[in-house]
Ligand binder design. Structure first.
Ligand code: SF4
Length: 507
């Protein structure tokens, strides 16, 4: 049962099981264009022997390319999946794919032995750095249009616009822009081997109405605008329910609650479904401060876990980066949410160490409050400011305003060479108050003191992925991140899921 395109995917850095939507969005456009596609999950779990079996079944002379969706891949680790900082550190030495270079070289050879013309294609967030050998095409930016153009080129020699890359060539979103998001959807298929009732990623919208200076998001949207059509979203959820019994979602947009209009629209749409959904996503506290009714509206829509990008509780630093709500009001809003969300919604706050104008005393005061009984957050994440290398190979790669012009924000940055594809570890920086090494040390200190406070395991990233292992809401919400027995049991369930998937994929 060979196919025209094989796409490997995984989200191997998070405990539990959950898919990455980008791979299935590309599969959807290719299938709609008449190409057969097999998405293969669990990339980090396969042995070379398994990969030979996959190649034998799915690759032959009709196969045009084997792609890799890199956005949520990290270096393969055997340790428990919840040690976030440890994982991040180890990932710094990793490349585009979870496996080491020898494994990757042999994997590519396996595919080319089945078909010497098959192309290796790297897409997703790590494709802007094109240093990995053995790659034929890099897909820069969203591939809604470019993936089809690539297939037409490989199949019928239709001319393809390419850009220079260090190995192979790149196909850029800038040359193949996509304007049809209002009717864009992901059509999961039976051959995608979706598990019964699986929580799935879904694109609610694309783009963000805000302009935070540290954030690389370039897809700006007008306030109040929701690009994705009501019927498109409604039908997508109904279809997933009919086919797979899905009622759980990982919302993929940048800020689900970014305006009153959007939340009202989502509420109207979701509550008109004939079933109750649950979802996880990203949000902003300041919008809820202004639109208090969002608390109940979001609860009605089935919110179960959310990441709030709070970044800092230092008012001056917050104003400088686009998170300017007075910290007292941030705290008040979190307490307001805690009144009705406690136990129902896992709230995580994300904080950045090293923002312009914030010294370490201020950061430690924030950490102290976050760990106090007064703080309603269930979990918190502190990360050192990451200033990405400006010179990635893709001239249109998303880059934050701070990374574009660090000097004007008070940063000196050195060694700005592109790395091996890892976007979370940019070059060394320093400002008047600290440098990257000190910020990393502060983060280590805070994270280890939070571990001693026995934090919950449930956050926006793991909630759905643990639900997919069969744990109910209550179990997910009450478990602690330090519960080794639970973590091992969850990993055993993940291994069982992989075995079941493997059997079906290779049947
Ligand atoms: S940090 Fe969040 S809210 Fe700010 S621009 Fe980026 S995606 Fe938007």
């Amino acid at each position: 049962m060979s196919v025209n395109v094989v796409i490997f995917s995984d989200v191997n850095g998070v405990i539990g099981f959950g898919r990455y939507g980008g791979a299935y969005r590309v599969a959807t456009v290719l299938r709609n264009a008449g190409y057969s596609v097999q998405v293969v999950e669990f990339l980090a779990s396969w042995s070379l022997e398994d990969l030979r079996d996959i190649a034998a079944k799915y690759i032959d002379r009709s196969t045009l390319f084997v792609g890799f969706a890199t956005s949520l891949l990290i270096k393969r680790e055997t340790k428990t999946a919840i040690e976030r900082l440890e994982r991040t550190k180890s990932n710094r030495n990793g490349g585009h794919l979870p496996q080491d270079d020898d494994f990757v070289a042999e994997m590519f050879s396996i595919f080319r032995r089945r078909n010497s013309n098959v192309k290796i294609v790297i897409g997703g967030g790590k494709s802007a750095v094109t240093g990995m050998g053995g790659v034929d095409f890099w897909m820069w930016g969203p591939a809604d249009v470019s993936a089809v153009a690539l297939c037409r080129h490989l199949e019928k020699d239709v001319p393809l616009i390419t850009r220079k890359a260090r190995s192979g060539v790149a196909v850029a979103h800038a040359d193949y822009p996509f304007h049809g998001f209002s009717e864009s959807h992901i059509d999961y298929q039976l051959q995608d081997l979706i598990f019964d009732g699986e929580h799935l990623p879904i694109e609610i919208d694309r783009g963000c109405i805000f302009r935070c200076t540290f954030c690389a998001n370039q897809l700006f949207r007008k306030k109040g605008q929701m690009i994705k059509g009501r019927k498109t979203l409604h039908d997508e959820m109904q279809r997933n329910f009919n086919l797979f019994g899905t009622t759980g979602y990982m919302f993929c947009d940048d800020t689900t609650n970014d305006s009153r209009e959007k939340v009202t629209e989502l509420h109207r749409n979701i509550t008109s479904l004939p079933f109750q959904i649950s979802w996880t996503g990203f949000g902003r506290v300041d919008v809820i401060h202004t639109h208090r009714e969002q608390r109940e509206l979001l609860l009605d829509t089935g919110i179960k876990a959310i990441l709030f990008g709070i970044e800092t509780l230092n008012h001056e630093a917050g104003k400088g980066v686009g998170k300017g709500l007075n910290p007292m009001k941030v705290k008040d809003t979190l307490r307001y949410l805690g009144e009705t969300w406690k136990g129902k919604v896992a709230m995580t706050g994300s904080f950045i160490v090293g923002l312009p104008g914030e010294d370490e005393d201020s950061v430690y005061r924030t950490a102290e409050w976050v760990q106090s009984d007064d703080c309603p957050l269930d979990t918190a994440i502190f990360s050192p400011l990451n200033i990405r290398a400006a010179d990635s190979d893709d001239p249109n790669a998303p880059i934050s305003r701070i990374a574009k012009d660090p000097k004007s924000y008070g940063y000196e940055v050195s060694d700005r060479r592109p790395g091996r594809g890892v976007s979370t570890d940019g070059p060394y920086w320093r400002n008047d108050l600290m440098d990257k090494i000190r910020a990393t040390k502060i983060v280590d200190d805070i994270q280890s003191s939070m571990q001693q406070g026995v934090p919950r395991i449930a956050d926006w990233a793991v909630y759905s992925r643990l639900r997919n292992l069969g744990y109910d809401h209550h179990s997910v919400m009450e478990k602690k991140a330090t519960d080794v027995e639970f973590v091992n049991a969850a990993m055993a369930r993940h291994a069982d899921m992989f075995s079941a998937y493997r059997e079906k994929l290779l049947a």
